[in-house]
Every structure is written in structure tokens, then in C-alpha cells.
Design a protein around this ligand. Structure first.
Ligand code: ZN
Length: 469
């Protein structure tokens, strides 16, 4: 489904307007292990909704009538999740320059702050919202809540925002579309955390303006990452974080990479693969901070200015980004194109340089493309076994993907990608007529499946699972 069909067939209307007022909320733009919670002001109604975001279950205000709580108060999770998601949505909508209608088809994105015991967090289109959980760290015995982290909540909200603007990406089987979705969540979460004066001061102190030095903004989801490593009994993430924007990965042909790999290597698993795109964008951010410092000596101000500018660049990118399946190379070209057309090419040279250094684009490969706006269409393939593919129980299934006229994905590429996902256990088999709950679509390791079998008139099809972690 795309936005056009949502707006023409199922009008999305704002929730009935209720009186709203500015209230203080507990808010941690970062993670509990690196920053103590602070507060922020959010405009909200008594039902903990602002017309775009709804905290499921609401919250009992404190004695002063605000939503500021001790971090050990159970209400803290909901307050932080609501405030962080509301901020992320508002900031990105401003950067994008127009209202966003959720791909869920509902006017409000539901926020479930504590949905049970799972070591993960999700955006689920079909369930209409964001789901956060808790888990006990086996080493520290602390109960860790995803909702307490501005970065974890910002990342999941990033998935919802990207799905709203480009719903075709969640139907795509392309590894690059999956990687871009993960990177988008990380980049948006990082840029939102850099709106906070306390984070800016701390990052300025940690880096002195050299953004290649380790810092709390580049390190994403520290508390969740530490808990993942403690639970795995090994360094599964590469350090005391879930992911880090500071890296040196360069593009490799995806078919030459494993589906999973240790954290120091790239794999085609979307969270791993996302680090390549994030690293390239972070290089541009780092350059922008250096340039800003040449004009004025205040490090926090230089970082803040670059973060705001990059948020604007992402807003413009989403005006021109491919609509269906795409490769990183095509998205990089769209990024440069958006800068040339909508920003007088101010950052086009730096973008080209960064993507070339990461081998996503060849040096000087990019040429401005003034072709007509793309149309996207649906392409079907049937998974038939042959000399190079064995689909096992999934043989004979039909698979669909959105492809663009400008960026078509070959049917053979799609078969190759499905073969990798089948071999990696990423496709959930179901019987005809089987009813599925959200939990059925989650693997035993807490991550969602990539695809699921659905039957239509006796025909097996494999659909993308519309849940991202
Ligand atoms: Zn994600």
C-alpha cells in the first residue's frame, strides 16, 4: 500500500481535537548508562496523545500534574517513550516540511512502553505502533527497559517515519532497503539526541570537535547493547553499544558476504549491513563539524549546527528517494541529487566523496539525473528449484516486490535473495488457514522473521513481515 492509496481510499483524519497543553516529561535523549534522565516539554492532552502519537494505557501524572518521575518509578518508561517518540516525529516532520501520515492507516502511532519480557524493540505496521519491552541483564541483574532509552525509542520511531514516507521499502526484499531502514533509525535517533544541550556538551567534551573520537552520540543504544552482550556471553555487538556510527566498512558485493558475522565484519543481516550506510553519512557529518569549527570556536555549537543541517539533508533526501526496491548506490545518487536540486549542491561534493571512499559509488560516477519522477510497480517471481537454488518447503511460492522504473530489481536477484533468507531461517512457514499473532512472527532469538508464508486460494505466497526491530 502506498500513501496515495491510503489518502484516497482510507482518509486519515487527525484524532478528534482535545485540549492540549505543554507539560514536563521525564526524558533521556541518550541511555541510562551514559546520561542521567532530564526533562523536556511536550504538548499533549490528558489522554497522553497529541494527535499523532498515543501512549497506550496513559499515565497517572505526579502531584504537580506533570509526567516527571524518579527513574525507578514504573511510570518513567511511558513518560520517556512518549516524550522521545513525540520529539522524533515532530523534528523529522519539520525537516521533511510536510505532515506525515502513518503507514499503519491510523491517525496516531501507538506507543507500548512495556509490552513484556523480550530483549528487543519493534515497529509493527500491522499492529499500529511501537513496542518496547524489558529484560533482566544476567550479569548486573538490572531490569533493562528499551523505553528508557531516547536512542532505542528514536530508532523505532525512525522505522515508523520511513515507513510512512516510503511504505514500499518494507515490502522490498532488497538487503539494501533493509539496511537503509536500520540506518535511518540510527541516524535519526542520533540527530534527535544531538538536539539536547546536555548531550551536545558531553559530546563536545568527549571529542573536542573531532567526531571520529568515541562519543555517546555515535554509540547507539548503549544499555541495550551491554545487555545483549551479557546475555550472549560474548561481545556480540562490537562494544558497549548496540551499534556505532564510527566505523571503516567499505562496500562489498552482498553475495560475497555471509548472512551473519561477528561484529567486526559486515554481513547482509540488515542491522549489520546498515553500518556501512551510517558510517558514510557519519563521515559527512564529521566533515561538516570540522568546517563549522573553522568559522567559530564553540564545539557544542559546531556539532549542533551540523546535526541540524544533516537532519534537513535527510528531510530533502526523503523527497527524492527511490520509492520501491533500491541499492545503496541508487540511494547515494538520490542523496546527491536531492542536494543539487533542493540545496544548491552545497553538500553534493562531500556526499560524493564520502560515498566514493566507502566504495558505494565509484569516484566521479555520479551524474545528475533529470529524468521524470519514477513510477513503481509490483513484480512477481516464483521460487522454482534449479541448479543454483533450493527453496525446500518454500519451492513454488510466489514472491512480490515493488520495483521502480528507474531502479528495477531483476527477478534473478530476488530469487538469490530469497534463497539466502530461506537458508538463514528468515522465512516463517505456515499452513493454509493458520491464524498468526505478533508473537508467531518473532524468532526464538527475539528478532522478527523477514518473511512469512500466506496462502491465497491454495497458492503459497511469501510476504514481507511488516515488523522491524
Ligand atoms: Zn531497527
Amino acid at each position: 500500500m502506498n500513501i496515495a492509496s491510503l489518502t484516497t481510499q482510507t482518509p486519515v483524519r487527525p484524532a478528534a481535537s482535545k485540549p492540549m497543553k505543554e507539560v514536563d516529561f521525564s526524558y533521556n535523549p541518550q541511555d541510562q548508562v551514559v546520561l542521567d534522565p532530564g526533562t523536556t516539554r511536550v504538548k499533549v492532552g490528558d489522554d497522553l496523545s497529541n494527535g499523532k502519537i498515543q501512549l497506550v494505557g496513559g499515565l497517572q501524572p505526579n502531584l504537580e500534574g506533570s509526567y516527571v518521575y524518579d527513574r525507578h518509578d514504573a511510570r518513567f518508561h511511558g513518560a520517556n517513550a512518549f516524550a522521545a517518540v513525540a520529539k522524533t516525529q515532530a523534528l523529522f516532520e519539520e525537516a521533511y516540511g510536510q505532515p506525515i501520515a502513518w503507514a499503519t492507516g491510523k491517525p496516531q502511532l501507538e506507543v507500548h512502553a512495556d509490552n513484556g519480557n523480550v530483549l528487543n524493540a519493534f515497529y509493527s505496521r500491522d499492529d499500529g505502533g511501537l513496542f518496547f519491552f524489558h529484560s533482566t541483564d544476567p550479569v548486573t541483574q538490572r531490569v533493562v527497559h528499551g523505553a528508557d532509552s531516547g536512542e532505542v525509542t528514536g530508532h523505532e520511531c525512525g522505522h515508523a517515519i520511513l515507513d510512512a514516507i516510503r511504505p514500499g521499502y518494507m515490502s522490498s526484499w532488497s538487503g539494501d532497503a533493509g539496511g537503509f531502514h536500520e540506518s535511518f533509525g540510527d541516524v535519526v535517533a542520533m540527530l534527535v539526541s544531538l538536539q539536547d544541550p546536555r548531550v551536545l556538551d558531553k559530546v563536545a567534551e568527549q571529542t573536542g570537535g573531532d567526531m571520529k573520537k568515541p562519543n555517546m552520540a555515535a554509540a547507539l543504544g548503549e544499555e541495550l547493547g551491554i545487555t545483549i552482550n551479557h546475555t550472549a556471553g560474548k561481545n556480540a555487538t562490537g562494544g558497549d553499544y548496540t551499534r556505532n556510527a564510527i566505523n571503516h566498512f567499505t562496500w562489498k558485493k552482498p553475495s560475497s558476504l555471509p548472512h551473519t558475522a561477528p561484529p567486526e565484519q559486515l554481513s547482509t543481516e540488515p542491522h549489520s549491513w546498515s553500518r556501512l550506510w551510517t558510517g558514510a553519512v557519519y563521515d559527512v557529518f564529521s566533515d561538516m563539524v570540522q568546517q563549522n569549527l573553522a568559522g567559530q570556536p564553540n564545539v557544542a555549537a559546531a556539532i549542533s549546527q551540523a546535526a541540524n543541517e544533516l537532519l534537513g539533508m535527510y528531510g530533502r533526501l526523503m523527497k527524492m528517494a527511490p520509492k520501491g526496491s533500491f541499492t545503496y548506490k541508487q540511494m547515494a545518487a538520490a542523496f546527491i541529487q536531492s542536494d543539487l536540486e533542493l540545496n544548491q549542491g552545497k553538500r553534493a561534493g562531500q556526499l560524493s566523496k564520502a560515498f566514493a571512499a566507502r566504495k558505494i559509488l565509484e569516484p566521479k560516477e555520479f551524474r545528475a539525473d533529470s529524468s521524470a519522477p519514477e513510477n513503481s510497480r509490483t513484480q512477481s517471481v516464483f521460487l522454482s528449484n534449479d541448479a543454483t537454488h533450493n527453496f525446500g518447503v518454500f519451492a513454488g511460492a510466489r514472491v512480490e516486490t515493488d520495483v521502480s522504473d528507474r531502479f528495477p530489481q531483476a527477478a534473478e536477484d530476488l530469487k538469490d535473495r530469497l534463497a539466502v533468507l530461506v537458508a538463514a531461517g528468515e522465512i516463517k512457514y505456515t499452513e493454509p488457514g493458520q491464524k498468526l499473532t505478533q508473537q508467531d512472527l518473532i524468532k526464538s532469538n527475539g528478532a522478527p522473521y523477514t518473511g512469512v508464508v500466506r496462502w491465497f486460494d491454495g497458492e503459497m505466497t511469501i510476504e514481507r513481515v511488516k515488523i522491524l526491530s
